[in-house]
Design a protein. Structure first.
Length: 420
């Protein structure tokens, strides 16, 4: 299902629109247009805008100027996210994209900085850009002649709103910009994971207050932002804590060994497979070919969804080999545990087969120079079908190990190095 689509790029960074943006843009235009008389009166009183309220509220003008202001607001959001993105790229962090969505904008980084100075600079860059956009809009407002009521309304509105956006983003509600600035300062004197946990706790507390205030004011948008902040703070805190907990931990340390796994052979009938699934309460099995191999070799994976493709009356006539999946997601036992976790998250799967690579390296000889000498180059390869199954790592394995580390109080203890 289409969630977002690309509309262009700035400085080589793709700009995308989430499908929710198409819903919130007309909503913002409507809200601004419906309040245009009151807002214009405030602007006339506070800034001496000289806006003709009779003109700006006549006919379709409220909706046209409301749409212009809403579009200008989201342009400001893009510039805000560009501030984060260009600063991050200056420190060498690749940027996947900037996406406009229901609650504003998101700059997607492939990797988050753990140096507090870098995080501070990246986090503060967005609000600084918003302030500059607000100041720029105010300057344009002041030089726009009286009589251009629509333009003066939009520019004055954007001036105030962008500065308000900067102030709101600096609330210490992690993972908002202010919360990330808070984490940067906390990380000066304590492990990064601990700083994240503390910043996330403050962020969740403020999110609850924000949500309660939104309920009292019947402000659906504020309630939505509070919900997003609470969930995002919890998620990022868990991810950072998990990364600290599994530092220097390999897949072999937490996987279920092959000797403890339930497996099936390619010759097993689908009817027998389904019976085993019911009796053993498993929904997936590695498929091991033992013919000609001492320990057997991994040839596929079969799941309950594969078995359901065959009608019950035909299951005796089909074997596992005919329905199994051979396009496997595998990992080697010596890989980092976090690599396995990220791969499961990336492919939205609950387990990875752990294999021992057969012929894990490829050796070739190539010319070294003009004198005819050569050198031998050894290249490693990824695990693949036909390798030996040595275990399985699942989300339940990960969470069990994570729970043990948390209860032992070891989370983040290995992160003793400071950036100051």
């Amino acid at each position: 299902m289409l969630r977002s689509f690309r509309i262009g790029s700035l400085f080589g960074i793709p700009i995308k629109l989430d499908i929710t943006f198409l819903l919130v843009l007309p909503l913002f235009a409507y809200l601004i247009g419906s309040q245009i008389s009151d807002v214009s009166d405030i602007l006339n009183t506070t800034l001496g805008a000289g806006i003709d309220i009779g003109y700006i509220t006549s006919g379709v003008n409220p909706w046209l100027f409301g749409l212009a202001a809403a579009l200008g607001l989201f342009v400001g959001v893009v510039l805000h996210e560009l501030g984060h993105s260009l600063t991050a790229r200056r420190y060498g962090f690749p940027i996947d994209s900037i996406t406009l969505w229901l609650f504003g904008g998101i700059a997607s980084f492939t990797e988050m900085p753990e140096d507090w100075r870098q995080e501070f600079a990246i986090s503060i860059a967005g609000p600084i850009v918003s302030v500059l956009v607000g100041v720029g809009s105010f300057v344009l407002f002041t030089v726009t002649p009286v009589g251009f009521d629509g333009a003066r309304f939009v520019l004055a509105y954007l001036a105030i709103l962008n500065i308000a956006l900067a102030a709101f983003n600096m609330l210490p509600a992690f993972p908002m910009d202010g919360g990330r600035v808070l984490r940067a300062f906390l990380a000066r004197s304590r492990p990064y994971a601990q700083a994240t946990q503390q910043a996330a706790s403050i962020g969740k507390f403020l999110a609850v207050l924000m949500g309660l205030f939104g309920l009292l004011q019947f402000n659906i948008i504020l309630i939505g932002i509070a919900f997003f902040v609470y969930i995002a703070a919890s998620s990022e805190a868990q991810q950072v804590t998990m990364k600290a907990a599994f530092q220097d931990v390999t897949v072999a340390d937490i996987m279920t060994p092959a000797g403890n796994l339930h497996t099936v052979s390619p010759e097993t009938s689908v009817a027998e497979l389904v019976q085993r699934m019911f009796s053993e309460r498993h929904t997936g099995y590695p498929v091991i070919d033992t013919s000609g191999f001492d320990n057997g070799r991994l040839v596929g994976l079969v799941t309950l969804s594969d078995a359901r493709e065959i009608k019950p009356v035909e299951r005796d006539a089909y074997t596992v080999e005919e329905i199994m999946t051979t396009d496997l997601q595998t990992i080697s036992a010596d890989s980092d545990a976090m690599t396995a976790i990220e791969r499961m998250r990336e492919h939205d799967i609950g387990r990875l087969l752990v294999v021992e690579r057969q012929s894990p390296t490829r050796t070739q000889t190539q010319p070294l120079g003009t004198d005819g000498s050569t050198e031998t180059v050894t290249e490693s390869r990824e695990p693949q079908e036909g390798d030996d199954l040595v275990g399985l790592i699942s989300r339940s394995d990960v969470m069990t190990a994570f729970d043990i580390v948390q209860k032992s109080g070891a989370v983040g203890l290995s992160q003793t190095q400071r950036a100051d």
